[in-house]
Design a protein. Structure first.
Length: 188
């Protein structure tokens, strides 16, 4: 099984993730004492407010179970989960032990990574490039714009009006970083 290692000044605690098939963690985010862990067809929420008593309080498998939820990002009480070939899911995390599904965007390619600004989620989509998706109405997300990059778009980071996209070539080796102007999300 996969494990999370939590550490504070009192030492460290190992939290086992014992869900079937979870052998490694691909993405992590932390908010308000909870750890959000994404793995192959899996999202787990760990209550780590008291590290010595950390435990998994929620587990979820994407309905499509077709790809790796390789990413999870939490912004202002909302969780964005990249579920591989099954698209991007958005959850209300008012109660992290009982996330409520707000919406789902069906992507044209594998969702690799996610960055969020306001109600816009930027996603890297492997060979397809990057896309900007508006979640102002999470039940009806809409594609604002997209951009092909000529490489395999993988990790992304947002800095102001710039989206930094790590590229890999077809063989999976490093391909550099592309900087995308997202001052107009409809036309990256």
């Amino acid at each position: 099984p996969a494990v999370l290692l939590l550490a504070d000044e009192g030492g460290s605690v190992v939290v086992p993730i014992e869900s079937s098939g979870v052998t490694e963690i691909y993405g992590l985010d932390v908010a308000d004492g909870y750890v959000y862990a994404a793995s192959h067809n899996y999202l787990g929420v760990v209550d780590a407010r008291v590290p010595a008593d950390a435990r998994v309080v929620f587990e979820w498998v994407p309905p499509g179970s077709t790809g790796n939820p390789a990413s999870v990002v939490v912004v202002d009480g909302v969780g964005y989960v990249g579920a591989g070939w099954d698209g991007l899911y958005v959850f209300d995390l008012a109660d992290p032990a009982r996330p409520a599904l707000l919406g789902h965007w069906v992507s044209p390619d594998w969702v690799i990574d996610v960055a969020v600004a306001g109600t816009v989620a930027y996603v890297s989509l492997g060979d397809t490039g990057v896309a900007a998706v508006d979640f102002a109405d999470p039940a009806s997300p809409r594609l604002l714009g997209s951009l092909e990059l000529g490489g395999f778009a993988s990790p992304i980071a947002l800095g102001g009006d710039r989206l930094f996209v790590g590229l890999a070539d077809g063989a999976g080796t490093a391909g550099g970083v592309v900087v995308v102007d997202v001052s107009d999300p409809g036309s990256p």
